[in-house]
Design a binder for this molecule. Structure first.
Ligand code: HEM
Length: 539
């Protein structure tokens, strides 16, 4: 009975919602919306977006294909009166999200993410002074020059990754996806936990890796606009979790538990280590130290005026900002670099000729360095142009967060004669670059994929310097020491690196197998010793 009532309520709410939307439409709106699927009464283009074509369809591939159908790089999708504009070209994304960033830097209200307790994650916040305060606090410590201070730890973590890969190699020829994924996850999480909270203890690390793996599911599932009906019907958030059919609410309650633990547990641990005098210098300690210095200084200059409250009240708020930034970094950094490294391994396994050419370059550059038989280091990066080209090409062909986080317009706008109303969700689709060729077919890039894989304008990923340094070093070290091959006896089950990705905010390849084999006995030794032998200091 309750189920029937619930099902009847949905169309009634839809009709009221659409009538309100129609009545509220601005009279001046004469220009057409950008091209897109025909909008049916009430539901709009819902079926064009939802229709599963194969079990492996992803939102970014669907958007790209709809764009091809309508021969337009700017698409308009209307679902239940909610406007989404998808930008399927660098040109359109650059014009709207970069040049007109004054209009397009907000976020749509992410109802399901908020219900899942993600309101503290500043990636989900609209363009307000509260967001600006978070962004400024975060950026100061994740700039390119600030990241260089973490290079010694990134080398250590890369040594651990190589050692684990060499361990797999000694026990079995075939690298199973689960083993590879576990090694890469451990690597990414250890770097972000160290840089953010100064966490180095193995037991702590393991518990926190498990925590972020559970919590990352929430942002992965909720951040693509329209993944949940609640994005179109905010009223659904008032449905109680016990209500029949309200699976989404039960999911949100479950996620809210992990996301709350994620933002609080490592933060409380950092606070405790500061109190006991055992804290390691990291994002959290540096921010808190700066806050204390500012509070104690007579000429305090920390700009908290944005908060619109007294200095005393803003102290507590500032600590909340720092805690939120740390939690956002922890969540954003633990999953994304994993996808980039796994994609790199998968793509390289399909291109032995590219590996051979990169190894030629690496051998040449490393043998001319003062101490031969070394691993590539950050100071070699400028000389490794072919490795750089591979890295950029992988970012271009397989951007790890293809749709980024949704932007939202805060004013009416017109682009190429099309009307984009205020409040439109605007999505830059980075998955539209050609996925043909080999991961080495280019040496110059316009646009630079290092930028476009990381989003746009004022919301561009502020963690990209850490992500790029971390992933580049892994790629260069694996290329220097290993050959990656496909499993020839298992061809029927090979993963097509172009098609087979799981849908969600972060694009993870479907499980695949490969062989990661040391190139020689000395390469095997190097994998086991890592940077511990002959670490070169930064120039
Ligand atoms: C390969 C790894 C990564 C990729 C591909 C990536 C990509 C992205 C993309 C596409 C966005 C959305 C930008 C937009 O709205 O236009 C984003 C946002 C963000 N990323 Fe990353 N990211 C990566 C790693 C990281 C890391 C390691 C951190 C933290 C240290 C981080 C922190 C953030 C934050 C805080 C935001 C939200 C920015 C805001 O809303 O103002 N990301 N990232």
């Amino acid at each position: 009975m309750l189920n029937t009532l619930y099902l009847l309520a949905i169309p009634v709410l839809l009709i009221i919602y659409n009538i309100c939307g129609y009545l509220l439409r601005r009279p001046g709106q004469k220009l057409p919306y950008p091209p897109g699927p025909r909008s049916l009464p009430i539901i709009g283009s819902l079926f064009d977006v939802l229709t599963p074509r194969t079990g492996l369809d992803t939102h970014w591939a669907i958007y790209r294909d709809i764009g091809n159908t309508y021969h337009s790089d700017v698409l308009h999708i209307d679902i239940f009166g909610d406007h989404t504009v998808v930008l399927n070209s660098a040109k359109a994304a650059e014009e709207l999200l970069e040049r007109r960033s004054g209009i397009y830097s907000s976020r749509p209200t992410m109802y399901m993410a908020n219900e899942s307790g993600l309101g503290w994650n500043f990636g989900t916040m609209p363009y307000t002074s509260w967001w600006r305060l978070h962004r400024r606090t975060f950026q100061q410590h994740f700039r390119s020059d600030a990241i260089a201070a973490y290079h010694p730890y990134i080398r250590q973590a890369t040594s651990r990754l190589l050692r684990s890969l060499s361990g797999i190699q000694s026990t079995t020829m075939v690298t199973q996806y689960d083993d590879l994924q576990a090694i890469v996850r451990q690597h990414a999480a250890s770097i972000i936990l160290y840089t953010t909270y100064g966490i180095t203890e193995k037991e702590d690390m393991d518990a926190f890796i498990e925590l972020v793996n559970n919590a990352a599911e929430s942002i992965n599932a909720t951040a693509i606009h329209g993944s949940f009906l609640m994005d179109y019907f905010p009223l659904l958030r008032y449905v109680p979790a016990w209500f029949p059919g309200a699976h989404f609410k039960r999911k949100a309650v479950h996620w809210a538990q992990s996301t709350s633990e994620l933002v609080n547990k490592p933060w409380n641990q950092l606070r405790a280590s500061i109190s006991s005098g055992t804290a390691i210098s990291c994002f959290g300690t540096k921010c808190l130290q700066k806050l204390n210095l500012t509070l104690n200084a007579a000429d305090a200059t920390e700009d908290t005026s944005d908060l619109g409250m007294s200095k005393a009240a803003s102290d507590t708020k500032m600590e909340e900002v720092i805690r939120n930034c740390a939690g956002t970094a922890y969540m954003a950094g633990a999953d994304t670099s994993v996808s980039l490294i796994l994609i790199s391994v998968l793509v390289l396994s399909h291109h032995p000729e590219v590996q051979a050419k990169a190894q030629e370059e690496l051998d040449q550059v490393l043998s001319s360095a003062a101490n031969s038989s070394q691993l590539p280091d950050f100071s070699d990066r400028g000389s490794l142009q072919y490795v750089e080209a591979i890295f950029k090409e992988i970012l271009r062909m397989y951007p790890g967060v293809p749709l980024g986080l949704p932007h939202c317009s805060i004013a009416d706008d017109v682009y190429e004669g099309y009307f984009i109303p205020k409040g439109t969700t605007v999505v830059g689709n980075a998955w539209t670059e050609p996925q043909s060729g080999t991961p080495s077919s280019k040496h110059s890039f316009n646009p630079d994929p290092e930028l476009y894989a990381f989003g746009f304008g004022r919301r561009i990923c502020p963690g990209r310097h850490l992500a790029l340094d971390t992933s580049w070093l892994v790629l260069a070290c694996i290329l220097a020491t290993c050959n990656i091959t496909r499993i020839s006896s298992d061809k029927s089950k090979e993963i097509d690196p172009i098609a087979d990705f799981a849908d969600g905010l972060v694009a993870h390849p479907q499980p695949f197998k490969c062989c990661i084999i040391p190139r020689s006995a000395s390469a095997f030794e190097l994998m086991k010793s890592g940077y511990e032998v002959g670490v070169r200091m930064e120039a």
